[in-house]
Design a protein around this ligand. Structure first.
Ligand SMILES: Nc1ncnc2c1ncn2[C@@H]1O[C@H](COP(=O)(O)OP(=O)(O)O)[C@@H](O)[C@H]1O
Ligand SMILES: NC(=O)OP(=O)(O)O
Length: 316
């Protein structure tokens, strides 16, 4: 039995409420397979498409062009945790019931503390919301003042600041729930970004990367594995080119070298690899795994996925 923090990517959730409700059913099946094997599972999830959609929905509801209704990003993040947690916890609870597994699922509204001087506030990198064409992106930059970037060959997206997680405000509560055998969904969308002030926590306009937040969570919970589930079965070198090479494994040193060589796209694969490296280096026998939801079980048996660890056996 192992303790695993599983970070669910966009394809585990879909993009619209209908897609999400359908997607979380197969997500729940895969997660409950792991629980059935006796693993302790803590789930985190992304919110890139959803937080962008929520923010845009408020803007679109403006009564006049002068009176633009805006919803601050911490509140959008909190709404995305509620909306995604609602679907995920129901789907997992239902599957647990079908499998006669006697435990409960809780989604915890989680605040993640960031450093208000994090340089990330001055250079947005986190893609959110829908994908746009080049022409639409140019128009949005001009009309709304958004920062837009090309996202891994899939189109243009709005980017917002994404400071690194420093601490998890509700970590003790998460630990207690895990210790009592509950399935916990926490740090959704990377957590609601907050800074410490004299009179408590205050939200800041950002979207934290869920892979980095999951890494922090995995360290706090002394997990054995950080499992990052995304659209691709493995991490590639020269991704999307004729020289593309899919990797079964990498040591943290190799991963850092590949990252320096520019193999992993900013805002998509780079944060996953960085989080995987950080976790693998956080203590003895810590392993990270990047793969797709469909392949999670096979990857845990070493049959696929990209494993990231500090050193190959006998190397230390
Ligand atoms: N080197 C790489 N290897 C594999 N995928 C990569 C690489 N660089 C960029 N990608 C892209 O990153 C995507 C995963 O990032 P993203 O979609 O942002 O993740 P999430 O599943 O968390 O929403 C992959 O589906 C792929 O399109
Ligand atoms: N917050 C976050 O990292 O979301 P995605 O994984 O959807 O990009």
């Amino acid at each position: 039995m192992a303790r695993m923090v599983v970070a669910l990517g966009g394809n585990a959730l879909g993009e619209t409420p209908e897609e999400q409700q359908a997607a979380v059913k197969s997500t729940a099946e895969k997660i409950v397979q792991l629980i059935k094997k006796g693993h302790e599972i803590v789930l985190a999830h992304g919110n890139g498409p959803q937080v962008g959609m929520i923010n845009l929905a408020f803007e679109s509801s403006s009564r006049t062009e002068e009176d633009v209704a805006s919803m601050p990003f911490p509140e959008c993040g909190a709404m995305s945790q509620g909306y995604i947690g609602y679907h995920l916890q129901n789907a997992i609870q239902q599957k647990l019931r079908e499998e006669n597994i006697d435990t409960n699922v809780a989604s915890l509204i989680t605040q993640v503390i960031v450093d208000e001087d994090d340089p990330a506030f001055d250079s947005p990198t986190k893609p959110i919301g829908a994908f746009y064409s080049r022409e639409e992106a140019d128009r949005l930059e001009k009309e709304k003042g958004y920062s837009m970037v090309e996202d891994s060959g899939r189109g243009y997206r709005r980017v917002v600041p994404s400071p690194l997680p420093v601490d998890i405000a509700e970590k003790d509560m998460i630990r207690e729930l895990v210790a009592s055998g509950k399935i916990v969904i926490a740090c959704g969308g990377g957590g609601i970004p907050v800074v410490r002030k004299e009179n408590g926590l205050a939200g800041v306009p950002a979207v934290i990367d869920k892979d980095h937040a999951s890494e922090k969570l995995a360290e706090e919970l002394e997990a054995d594995y950080l499992i990052i589930l995304t659209e691709v079965e493995k991490v590639a070198l020269n991704f999307g080119t004729e020289e593309e090479k899919w990797l079964d494994e990498m040591t943290t040193e190799e991963a850092k070298r590949y990252a320096d060589e520019g193999h992993f796209a900013e805002g998509s694969m780079l944060p996953k690899v960085k989080a995987a490296v950080e976790f693998a280096e956080s203590g003895p026998n810590k392993k990270s795994l990047i793969t797709s939801l469909e392949n999670a079980d096979a990857a845990l048996k070493g049959k696929t996925g990209t494993q990231i660890y500090e050193a190959r056996e006998g190397e230390i």
